[in-house]
Write a protein that binds this ligand. Structure first.
Ligand SMILES: CC(C)(COP(=O)(O)OP(=O)(O)OC[C@H]1O[C@@H](n2cnc3c(N)ncnc32)[C@H](O)[C@@H]1OP(=O)(O)O)[C@@H](O)C(=O)NCCC(=O)NCCS
Length: 170
């Protein structure tokens, strides 16, 4: 029956929704990243790049656009993207733990692949922590390829030790 079907949607977030996005970021990052990068790095990076103010700054000044991922109308995760010339940077891709493995990321990727086709963008790229092994496997399943490593200085001695992955849009 249609009304019982699990509905997944990608919905652009408004500027006044950064407090909700940020609360989601703190919840998800604190659950997922401490074993991968350590608690101090998680806390530092959350305050630096995922506070409500940091997100609002990215939207206003850095051409970043945030989207909610919804499941049967409930906001269960978020993505953020930026068009950079003829490519799309997928800057954020996070789901609450209990909503992973339901095909929500697959729907999110499909959405932005269509987004790229509509704008003649040639590829989607992202950064993923080198130790985020489960997610790297998921990204490979979603058609992304590892194209190199990149270390980004985040200040105060903190670094992001990432792989760059990309998917060419056909
Ligand atoms: C990365 C993330 C958004 C993926 O979301 P998801 O909803 O779990 O992914 P999906 O259910 O859409 O699965 C995508 C594909 O990966 C596959 N997959 C899921 N879990 C997998 C696993 N553990 N190993 C291998 N493949 C897996 C799925 O089968 C699916 O492929 P298919 O469509 O061909 O069947 C989510 O796992 C997440 O939020 N992780 C924690 C936060 C994080 O690290 N985010 C990324 C930061 S760069």
């Amino acid at each position: 029956m249609d009304e019982h079907k699990n509905q997944i949607a990608v919905v652009q977030a408004r500027l006044d929704e950064t407090p909700l996005l940020s609360a989601m970021a703190y919840e998800i990052w604190r659950e997922h990243f401490p074993p991968i990068v350590g608690q101090a790095t998680v806390d530092y990076l959350l305050d630096k790049i995922q506070s409500s103010e940091a997100m609002a700054h990215q939207i206003r000044e850095e051409n970043i656009v945030y989207y909610f991922l919804t499941f049967n109308g409930e906001k269960v995760g978020y993505m953020a993207v930026r068009v950079e010339g003829d490519v799309l940077f997928l800057s954020k891709f996070y789901l609450k733990k209990e909503f992973r493995g339901k095909g929500i990321a697959r729907t999110g990727m499909n959405y932005f692949e269509d987004f790229c086709r509509q704008r003649q963008l040639k590829k989607i790229y992202l950064h993923v922590n080198r130790k985020n092994l489960g997610v790297i496997k998921i990204y490979e399943k979603l058609g992304l390829k590892n194209v190199g490593a990149e270390v980004t200085e985040m200040g105060h001695g903190f670094v992001m030790d990432d792989y760059v992955m990309e998917k060419v849009i056909s």
